[in-house]
Ligand binder design. Structure first.
Ligand code: BGC
Length: 735
C-alpha cells in the first residue's frame, strides 16, 4: 500500500491559505472536530473545536449555531526565550524576539487520522531545534484527544520552556456563546475548564494533562488555565512531551462533565500515547476496510477520494443518534453547523453501503426529530411531518429568513425554510435506500416507516387539486436560483415516488409486521380514504414534460426565461449568481445545481427511457453553473451512468478537488460535506454502475479511459461483498 496516497502534505506555510488549510487538516472522531490551527497560534487564525449537538442561540443573531468549544490545542514553546513559531514579517522592529523557520512540513495521515507537523527552528541565541508535533482525536474513545511534541536540539544546548493551555476565551467569530463564569482547574500538570452555553444551557467540561519528565507548575487564569515546564537539552538530545485532553458535555453525562473529563483523563494517562494511538489506529483500520475505494491508474484522484472519505467519516456520529452531520461537517463555522438534505442524499448513501451503523444513527436523528417536523407542518396548516430545511439540536426549523447584509448593506429574503420542501422526501428516500441495502426490517418497522408515512401524510395535505390533476405551487427545487416556482418537476416527480413508496410500505407492513401496521395506521390516521387519496395524487400528479423535445421541463415557463450561455463565462472562480446578481439570475435559464439531473440520479431508469434521459442531460448540463458544491459530483455520477465518460471524469475531477483546490474560495468556512459523500456515489453507482437488480448486486462499469481497475467493498443485506471492476483497454495517462 503506497503511503503517499494516504497522505496530504503541505511543504510551505502560506498565510493567504491559512484558513483553507485549517479546514483541510481538521481531525475528528464523530464526536468532535478540531480545525488544523497551530499549537503555538498564528495571527488571524481561526481555530475551532466543534462538538456534535452543542448549539446555542445568541441574542442579536437570527438562528442558533454550533458553538466553538474551548481550544485544547495550545502548546507554546520557547527556545532560549525565543517563541517558537512561523516568523510573520521582519519589517516590524517592535515585535518580540523572533526566530527563523528553515523548513516546515505538515502531513495528514488519513489512514491513521493523525496530523503531524515538523519544523527546523533557530532561536535568537543561535540554537537550532527540530520540533515535531502530532495530534489525533481518538476513534477508540471519542472523549480523548492526544498531542505529542518532540523537541530535538540540533545545534547548541538550549533551554526549552513549554506551556500547555486550555483556552476557554473563545467565540464564534466574535459571537459569544459561553457564559462569562467558567470554572477552572490549574493543578500542576492538570488543567480543566467547565463552561455553560448562555441560552441552551449545555455544560462542557474539558481537562488536560501535560506529561513530561521534568517538574510542571500550573498557572491559574480565569479562562486560560495553563501548565508550564522548563528543561535543558544538550546537543542531539530529544525531549518528548504528551498532552492529553478529555471532553464531556451535559449531553453525555447527567452531572459535572468536568468531573467525567477528569476521570477519563486519569484513565487516558494510565494508557499513555502508545496504547491510545494503537487503539485509535485499529478502529481506523476497521473503518477503511470497508470505506476505501482503490483506483488503479489515477493516483491523484485516488488520494483525493481518500481525503473526501476521511472527511465524512470524521464527522459521522458513532454512538449518538440525536445528532447529525452539518453541511460543513465539524470543520468550520459555515452554515452554522446546520443540517440540510446534504446528509440524507449525499452522505448517508455511502455510509449505508460501507458503515451501515453510522447511516442508521443519522436516520435515527430524523426519527427523534419527528416532533419538530410535525410542529412545522402544523404551523403551516398541513398534516403529518414536514422536516425543516435547516435543522439543529431541537429539530425545529432554523433556516434564517434573511441573509447577512451584502457589501451595499442590503439583505436578501431567504425562502428555503418556507419553500424548499423536498427535504421531507429526501429523508424518506434515504430511509428507503437504507432498508433496501441493509434489509434492516427492525429499523423499518419501528422507526423508518413512521418517517416515510408521516411525511407522505404531509404531502397528501400539501398537494393542490387543479382540474383533473394535482399540482404543487411555490416550491424551491434543488436549483435555488429559481425560487417559489409552481410545479417543479423534481418536487412533483419525487412526491409521486414518495406516495407510491408509502402505499407499497403500508401493504408490506400489513403482510410482514401486522402489529406495526396497526400501530401506524392508528397513530398516523392512515384511513382508507387517505390511502385512496395518495393513489389518486400519484396517478394524476402533473409532471412537466415537453413532448416535442422529449425532455422533462424543470418547471413550466423555464424555457421562456433568458438564455445565458454558461460556458461563455470562463474563466471564473465564482458562481454566475455572484456575477449576474440575485434578481437577474432568477430571470435566466442558469441553473445552480443538478435539479432534473438530480432526479435522474435518484430515479434512474424509472424516470423514463434512456433517450429522454440523454435529452435531459444535453439540455440541462450546459445551463448549469455549479454554483453549489453539491452539483459536480451528481453530474459525474449521472454522466458516468449514461456512458458519457469523458465529461463524467471532468466533473468527478472537479468534485473530488473542491476542498483540496478551494475552487469555491470558501473552504475556510468548512469542508463541503455533500460533495465528499457524493464523489463516492459517483464512483460506485456511476463509474462502476453498482445497482440492485432483482435482489442481486451487479455492476455495469463505464470507467474513465485511464483507470485500469477499481475495487471496493459494500454491505448488502448484512453480507460484505467485494467488487473489482476492470478496464482491459485502459490507456495510461502520459506522465
Ligand atoms: C445548496 C443546497 C445545500 C446548501 C448546504 C446551498 O448552496 O444550494 O442544496 O443544501 O447549500 O450545503
Amino acid at each position: 500500500m503506497l503511503e503517499r496516497l494516504w497522505q496530504l502534505t503541505e511543504l510551505q506555510f502560506r498565510p493567504d491559505e491559512q484558513h483553507h488549510h485549517e479546514t483541510l487538516f481538521t481531525i475528528g472522531n464523530g464526536y468532535l472536530g478540531t480545525r488544523g490551527a497551530f499549537e503555538e497560534g498564528y495571527p488571524g487564525e481561526t481555530p475551532a473545536t466543534l462538538v456534535h449537538g452543542i448549539y446555542n442561540h445568541a441574542p442579536d443573531t437570527l438562528v442558533p449555531e454550533l458553538v466553538n468549544a474551548p481550544n485544547w490545542l495550545v502548546l507554546k514553546i520557547w527556545v532560549d526565550g525565543t517563541p517558537f513559531g512561523i516568523v510573520q514579517s521582519t519589517e516590524n522592529h517592535m515585535r518580540p524576539p523572533q526566530g527563523v523557520i528553515f523548513g516546515y512540513e505538515r502531513t495528514l495521515d488519513m489512514r491513521r487520522a493523525l496530523l503531524r507537523r515538523e519544523a527546523l527552528f533557530r532561536a535568537q541565541s543561535g540554537a537550532i531545534v527540530r520540533v515535531q508535533f502530532e495530534r489525533f482525536a481518538s476513534l477508540a474513545d471519542v472523549h480523548v484527544m492526544a498531542q505529542r511534541v518532540r523537541v530535538t536540539a540540533v545545534e547548541g544546548n538550549p533551554t526549552i520552556e513549554v506551556e500547555s493551555v486550555i483556552d476557554a476565551d473563545v467565540s464564534n467569530q466574535g459571537v459569544r456563546h459561553w457564559r462569562s463564569d467558567a470554572t477552572t482547574i490549574a493543578d500542576g500538570d492538570t488543567t480543566g475548564v467547565e463552561v455553560t452555553t448562555a441560552q441552551s444551557n449545555y455544560v462542557l467540561g474539558m481537562a488536560s494533562r501535560l506529561l513530561c519528565d521534568g517538574a510542571v507548575e500550573s498557572i491559574d487564569d480565569e479562562r486560560r488555565p495553563a501548565s508550564r515546564t522548563r528543561f535543558s537539552l544538550s546537543r542531539e538530545q530529544t525531549a518528548t512531551l504528551t498532552k492529553l485532553t478529555t471532553v464531556y458535555t451535559s449531553r453525555d453525562v447527567p452531572n459535572s462533565p468536568l468531573e467525567a473529563a477528569r476521570a477519563k483523563l486519569d484513565e487516558a494517562t494510565e494508557l499513555g500515547w502508545d496504547l491510545l494511538f494503537s487503539a485509535h489506529e485499529a478502529e481506523w483500520a476497521e473503518y477503511w476496510d470497508t470505506a476505501d475505494i482503490q483506483i488503479s491508474g489515477d493516483d491523484e484522484v485516488q488520494r483525493a477520494l481518500r481525503f473526501t472519505t476521511y472527511h465524512y467519516l470524521i464527522a459521522a456520529p458513532r454512538f449518538d443518534e440525536r445528532v447529525s452531520i452539518g453541511a460543513k461537517t465539524l470543520s468550520g463555522l459555515g452554515y452554522k453547523g446546520h443540517v440540510f438534505w446534504d446528509t440524507e442524499l449525499f452522505i448517508v448513501p455511502p455510509l449505508v453501503l460501507s458503515q451501515p451503523q453510522l447511516a442508521r444513527n443519522l436516520l435515527m436523528y430524523r426519527y427523534h426529530n419527528l416532533p419538530g417536523a410535525r410542529n412545522k407542518a402544523r404551523a403551516n396548516g398541513y398534516e403529518g411531518a414536514m422536516y425543516p430545511w435547516e435543522s439543529t439540536d431541537t429539530g425545529e426549523e432554523t433556516t434564517p429568513q434573511w441573509s447577512d447584509p451584502g457589501a451595499d448593506g442590503t439583505r436578501i429574503r431567504i425562502w428555503t425554510g418556507d419553500n424548499e420542501q423536498h427535504i421531507s422526501t429526501d429523508i424518506a428516500y434515504a430511509v428507503w435506500l437504507y432498508w433496501r441495502w441493509t434489509g434492516d426490517d427492525e429499523f423499518l418497522r419501528r422507526y423508518g416507516a413512521e418517517i416515510i408515512l408521516d411525511t407522505a401524510v404531509f404531502w397528501g395535505s400539501r398537494v393542490e387539486k387543479a382540474g383533473d390533476r394535482y399540482e404543487i405551487s411555490q416550491q424551491i427545487g434543488p436549483d435555488e436560483y429559481h425560487e417559489n416556482v409552481d410545479n417543479s418537476v423534481f418536487v412533483n416527480r419525487m412526491v409521486v415516488w414518495h406516495l407510491e413508496t408509502a402505499l407499497w410500505l403500508v401493504d408490506y407492513l400489513h403482510q410482514h409486521a401486522p402489529d406495526d401496521a396497526r400501530r401506524l395506521v392508528d397513530t398516523l390516521d392512515l384511513t382508507p380514504d387517505r390511502l385512496t387519496h395518495w393513489r389518486d395524487v400519484a396517478d394524476k400528479m402533473y409532471i412537466p414534460f415537453d413532448e416535442e423535445r422529449q425532455i422533462h421541463v424543470q418547471f413550466p415557463g423555464f424555457f421562456d426565461l433568458e438564455y445565458v450561455p454558461v460556458p461563455d463565462y470562463t474563466p471564473r472562480t465564482t458562481s454566475l449568481h455572484a456575477i449576474l446578481g440575485h434578481h437577474r439570475i432568477a430571470q435566466t435559464q442558469v441553473i445552480k445545481q443538478a435539479d432534473v439531473v438530480m432526479l435522474m440520479a435518484l430515479l434512474g431508469d424509472e424516470l423514463g427511457p434512456r433517450e429522454v434521459l440523454l435529452n435531459n442531460w444535453h439540455t440541462y448540463y450546459p445551463r448549469t453553473d455549479h454554483g453549489s458544491s453539491l452539483s459536480p459530483a451528481v453530474h459525474a455520477w449521472v454522466a458516468a451512468w449514461l456512458g458519457l465518460t469523458d465529461v463524467a471524469y471532468e466533473m468527478l475531477y472537479h468534485a473530488v478537488h473542491i476542498d483540496l483546490h478551494d475552487n469555491k474560495g470558501n473552504v475556510g468556512q468548512g469542508i463541503h460535506a455533500a460533495a465528499c459523500g457524493c464523489v463516492w456515489q459517483a464512483v460506485v453507482f456511476g463509474f462502476c454502475g453498482l445497482q440492485i437488480e432483482n435482489g442481486e448486486l451487479k455492476t455495469q462499469p463505464n470507467l474513465p479511459k485511464h483507470w485500469t481497475e477499481v475495487s471496493f467493498r459494500v454491505y448488502y443485506q448484512g453480507q460484505l461483498r467485494e467488487f473489482t471492476v476492470r478496464n482491459p483497454e485502459a490507456v495510461p495517462l502520459s506522465q
